[in-house]
Design a protein around this ligand. Structure first.
Ligand code: ATP
Length: 328
């Protein structure tokens, strides 16, 4: 069992609202338990560059409401190499760090698992911080709720103008290979169709659906396209549809990076606090190579290996079916 005295925390991969409340919880829980805390800047890049600093209780004051991450984040290629990992390890040893909390997505966890298998004297604990909501072992990842709310706010505005002009809008949303944001936003905004990477949609079926909407006197239509959809991007799909759907003026909006920003929602502030608190307590209890998740409103630990096992990950079929029925 790892007995830890100095713990480090980093954020890695894409930033997500809720990372700051989580950092705050990690720092304060560690200090409460008489551990020393190091903050690492720019994810694994900071480990390699030895870019780290001591954190105290006041260094995380007034950050609960901030989007992004005060520790900064990066995508770091050198950490994928043996040399990069060795440099990172030597830097951790130099500072007497024996445990690492990594806040990020699947790439971050893949790196953490490889690192911890190579250097077993450093304990690692993952916190799922990604707007994509694409990890096994947690119903929600940090940032997903805020990003979905941001998307909803934007689509509500698009609906106003779509309605005023009898327009058909294709709105592309983030999520990489996950349709989680698209599905939740689609239900919340009453989208006429939701194109998801997890479920194939034939373009002729989509066209029939939109024609049916016009027949049913819909004054506007919104189609949400998850960025990972197999039919291509929103522009490609809109072009195919425009040829067949003459009654609507077709427009495309790519929401892009605005989906990552903004002050975390209440849900993400509380989730970040709970996960950061639980991550430190799990390390103190001697746990290692695990991810902190939330299931049925309880904190649950899952091995990093299992969290990364995408074959067990499924988007809710019942929600997909319900969205189809409610949009008639
Ligand atoms: P998001 O889901 O928001 O994109 P992520 O954590 O999946 O977040 P990535 O860029 O995929 O983001 O991964 C973050 C970092 O993790 C990479 O920049 C790299 O430093 C490290 N990483 C990813 N895969 C590996 C790997 N196979 N071995 C070592 N390190 C890795």
């Amino acid at each position: 069992m790892h007995k830890i005295s100095r713990l480090a925390v980093l954020t890695s991969g894409g930033d997500a609202p809720g990372m700051n409340p989580c950092i705050r919880a990690v720092v304060r829980t560690a200090i409460y338990n008489k551990l020393e805390v190091t903050g690492i800047r720019r994810g694994y890049q900071g480990l390699i560059d030895d870019d780290m600093y001591d954190m105290g209780t006041r260094s995380v004051s007034n950050i609960l409401n901030l989007g992004g991450t005060i520790l900064k984040t990066a995508r770091c290629l050198p950490f994928r190499t043996d040399e990069g990992m060795e440099t990172a390890y030597q830097n951790l040893k130099k500072h007497g760090i024996d445990a690492l909390v990594v806040i990020g997505g699947d790439g971050t966890f893949t790196g953490a698992l490889r690192f911890s298998q190579k250097y077993p004297d450093i304990a690692v604990m993952g916190v799922p911080g990604t707007i994509d909501n694409d990890l096994c072992g947690t119903t929600y990842t940090l940032g997903f709720d805020t990003a979905t709310n941001t998307v909803i706010e934007a689509i509500d505005k698009i609906r106003d103008t779509a309605d005023a002009h009898d327009r058909l809008f294709f709105v592309e949303v983030m999520g990489r290979d996950s349709g989680a944001i698209a599905l939740r936003a689609g239900i919340s905004c009453g989208a006429e169709a939701i194109l998801l990477p997890e479920k194939e949609t034939a373009i002729p079926d989509l066209i029939e659906n939109l024609k049916g909407g016009q027949y049913n006197k819909k004054s506007s239509s919104i189609v949400i396209v998850a960025e990972g959809d197999k039919n291509g991007g929103a522009y490609d799909i809109a072009k195919l549809v425009q040829k067949e759907v003459k009654f609507y003026d077709v427009k495309v909006t790519i929401l892009g990076h605005l989906q990552r920003g903004g002050s975390p929602s209440a849900f993400d502030r509380i989730l970040g606090s709970r996960m950061g608190f639980a991550a430190v307590n799990a390390l103190i209890a001697g746990k290692n190579q695990m991810m902190v998740g939330l299931e049925a409103n309880h904190i649950k630990l899952t091995s990093l290996e299992k969290a990364l096992n995408q074959t067990e990950f499924r988007l809710e079929e019942d929600l997909i079916k319900m969205a189809e029925i409610l949009s008639i």
